[in-house]
Design a protein around this ligand. Structure first.
Ligand code: SF4
Length: 775
């Protein structure tokens, strides 16, 4: 965190920068949970004599550096300052560089403490508390205040050049941001309205839900005002979060455009890819004995970090600046023999704009959120294509356990774990036995089962700590599943369902089922994330009704809402409702011929490229067959299940300016959003479904819960999610102000006023009935 001329840094962050050396080592070592850590600290403090001080806030300065932190405990009787670390397993196995880091921290605390209290000497202790045995191991050394001062100054000295560089960067960045002008001669229609709403939200420090149509330049229109707001309000970083890789690329492109209009702007921009994409040695493990890019990682990190930041500087001598996109980052990392993924996570601390997936800020252990809290950063967050947030966040806060995996694990698990695993298995059998239907949702969690699961997770954790070389992926997977299940169980409430679904095996000879803690309202988890930002702006072409998103995501009450005027006009799009057809499940067979006839007539009337959307692959296949039978000369192509990137590209490559034909696809799939086919590449769409989620026992439970919480069970479960998909799919047709097209909404329910109220305001439904073609 930087304020004019002063660089504030936490003790931990300072030591990680100056005193971390050697290998990156992410070998699986079960560490205590946050709760176990807090409990361990409390046990240690309770064992100390009266007068023992805990959580002592300390700070001190060195030149422009302001170092702050909190020491764990001080015993005035013995004049001992303690740093408590909880752990599991064999302490002797702790890596040397880890131990050195702990000493560095306690020595800095020691100096700050001596200087704050005017002491000449002090005993410093690292207290390692074993969670399993509750035993303490104390390593103690005595220091003079002068020695500690020397150490403090030495560590600060190692950071000073970097801090000065950061202060200079920040001053230059903010000065350029202040002077920065919008990169285009003028705003596109709607873009100014969006940009103003973003800027106001940043000024008022509130969150924003922005519904903004495609084609207005949303990415530049959101990033530009947020950067302007950043320099006006001392914001440290802007996080741009996207649901897909294509969204990240658009953000990188937008940064390029902005930088084009401000060539001297030193904006450090970083793209965070997933670990699986960034890893260059997927056959290796992340520690020095396995992966050469982890060996000596921290020794080579300083040079790699500096090179990476150097190339983000403004152009010098005509050399263009670079954003640290994943390719550039990889090249820098490999030039310095360090891991690109972990270099990326390190650079997130030093970059101004970080572009990544939603999970980097919103999931249970989100890296960007942890860094924000740890470093006390002021951040602004942009969430692109935010209509995806409800389903993505639900997944982040849900957990499943499969009985089949436990049954297999019991056969191979070490004997020491047999008893706890058997206990879980027995209680699980009992749950299955007591349930006389295939699916059931429960108001509460099964208490005994949850206790047994947590006991088992702790036993596995202890076992793994004692046997660090024992490598058993199944055991590890079960352990992580049990931990997550236990963690989500602790916060179980109205926002989630607990259900048991019996699977094939359960009805045959052996018990088998799936246990699920299913988050359905992510609001309680997300609200604190929004609260810890300066502002968060969520934007998408389909964010209505706003109360649905506000309720589901836990937007703060002060959240602003803007519905950006569309640049498109009703004359560009003919929207027609085929009310004579029902696509309800029971009418699907009868609907095939009328749908084929309607599509064929439209194609003959106006040949060109069309997309046709259906609710399922089965329905799509039948409709495509019916169409091909009646119109064999019209070219058609179909989406298939689990298409890879190349197959998806091939499907889209059929839509050219010269081609003609109909692509059959599934609503809510790969081609229902994020597909840009301007002009003659796409002149129309047929949407033969309201996109309603399937009526099944899970969705019915969700409906009941939504009714109980929000009084709008059917709409929150079926209508709103369905219509968002319809509007997204139909939105593929008009991409620019010169596009013209037709959308057929095929189902009588599209004629209902409450359904039409969920369509974009600029659409004008063609009141002339769709001609009923002889089927
Ligand atoms: S390259 Fe892959 S295996 Fe090596 S440290 Fe990086 S992520 Fe781990």
């Amino acid at each position: 965190m930087e304020t004019a001329g002063t660089y504030t840094i936490a003790v931990r962050a300072l030591c990680e920068f100056t005193a971390k050396a050697g290998d990156l080592d992410l070998r699986f070592t079960p560490s205590p949970t946050a709760q176990e850590g807090i409990a361990g600290h409390a046990v240690v403090a309770a064992r100390r004599a009266d007068g023992y001080e805990t959580e002592i806030s300390l700070s001190g300065d060195f030149g422009p550096l302001h170092v702050r932190g909190r020491a764990d405990g001080y015993d005035p009787r013995t004049n001992r300052l303690e740093e408590v670390k909880t752990y599991r397993g064999d302490l002797a196995r702790m890596a040397d560089n880890q131990r050195q880091l702990h000493w560095a921290q306690v020595k800095i605390y020691g100096y700050l403490f001596c200087s704050n209290r005017g002491l000449d000497t002090i005993k410093l202790a690292l207290v390692y508390f074993d969670i399993a045995s509750q035993k303490e191991t104390r390593l103690q050394e005595e220091y003079s205040a002068l020695d500690l001062q020397e150490y403090f100054q030495q560590q600060c000295g190692l950071f000073l050049d970097w801090a000065r560089q950061e202060l200079a960067h920040r001053a230059a960045r903010d000065e350029q941001l202040k002077a920065m002008r919008f990169p285009h001669a003028d705003f596109r229609p709607g873009q100014r309205q969006l940009a103003e709403a973003m800027y106001k939200a940043s000024n008022r420090r509130v969150c924003l839900l922005a519904q903004a149509p495609t084609g207005i330049g949303k990415t530049v229109g959101s990033l530009f005002p947020m950067l302007k707001g950043a320099c006006a309000h001392g914001v440290d970083k802007v996080f741009f979060l996207a649901a897909k890789t294509s969204g990240r690329q658009m953000a990188l492109d937008a940064v390029d455009v902005i930088r084009h209009g401000a060539p001297l702007l030193p904006l450090r921009t970083l793209e965070l890819a997933s670990k699986s994409t960034a890893c260059v040695n997927p056959d290796k493990a992340c520690h020095g004995e396995s992966c050469p890019l982890a060996r000596g990682f921290y020794d080579r990190l300083p040079a790699a970090r500096q090179s990476a930041l150097d190339i983000t500087n403004p152009p010098a001598d005509g050399v263009a600046f670079l954003s640290l996109d994943r390719e550039t980052l990889r090249a820098v990392a490999l030039a310095h023999d360090v891991c690109p993924y972990y270099l990326g996570t390190e650079l997130a601390r030093w970059c101004d704009v970080v572009i990544g997936d939603y999970n980097y800020y919103f999931d249970l252990s989100a890296m960007l959120h942890s860094l924000t809290v740890l470093n006390d950063w002021k951040v602004s967050v942009l969430v692109d294509e935010a209509h995806n947030m409800v389903s993505r966040a639900r997944k982040m806060y849900s957990a499943e356990l499969e009985h089949a995996s436990l049954r297999l694990l019991r056969k191979t698990a070490p004997p020491e774990l047999k008893k706890p695993l058997d206990r879980v298995h027995k209680l699980w059998n009992q749950l299955e036995k007591e349930q006389d239907v295939d699916y059931k949702s429960y108001a509460t969690l099964p208490e005994k089962f949850m206790i047994a699961l947590q006991t088992t997770a702790a036993a596995i954790s202890d076992y793994m700590a004692e046997h660090p070389t024992h490598h058993d992926p199944e055991l590890q997977e079960f352990y992580f599943g049990a931990l997550l299940f236990g963690r989500l169980g602790e916060s179980f409430g109205d926002h989630a369902l607990f259900d048991i679904e019996k699977t094939e095996g359960a009805r045959a000879s052996h018990a088998d089922s799936l246990l699920c803690i299913r988050n359905i309202v992510p609001a309680p988890f997300l609200k604190p994330r929004f609260d810890s930002t300066h502002t968060t702006a969520l934007f998408s072409a389909t964010l209505s009704p706003w109360n649905y998103f506000g309720d589901m995501l836990g937007m703060p009450e002060s959240t602003a809402w803007v519905d950006v005027e569309s640049p498109f006009v009703a004359e560009q799009l003919s929207v027609q409702v085929a009310s004579h057809i029902s696509t309800r499940y029971q009418h699907r067979q009868q609907s095939l011929k009328p749908i084929a006839a309607l599509m064929g007539e439209q194609y003959l009337r106006q040949p060109g490229n069309y997309l046709a959307f259906f609710s399922s692959f089965d329905y799509m296949e039948k409709a495509a067959n019916a169409f091909a039978e009646r119109y064999p000369d019209v070219p058609t192509w179909r989406q298939s299940r689990r298409m890879d990137e190349a197959e998806r590209a091939h499907f889209l490559a059929r839509f050219t300016l010269e081609s003609r034909g109909i692509g059959f696809a599934v609503l809510g799939g790969s081609f229902g959003e994020g597909v840009d086919l301007p002009g003659a590449r796409l002149i129309g769409a047929f949407v033969a479904t309201l996109g309603l989620p399937q009526i099944n026992p899970v969705n019915e439970q969700i409906r009941l819960r939504m009714d109980a919480i929000f009084g709008a069970g059917y709409d929150y479960t079926y209508t709103y999610p369905g219509m968002q998909k319809v509007v997204q799919a139909a939105g593929r047709v008009i991409r620019t102000q010169s596009d013209q097209g037709t959308v057929f909404l095929i189902d009588d329910r599209f004629g209902r006023p409450e359904i039409q109220a969920l369509m974009p305001a600029w659409w004008s439904i063609d009141r002339a009935a769709v001609p009923v073609v002889s089927a």
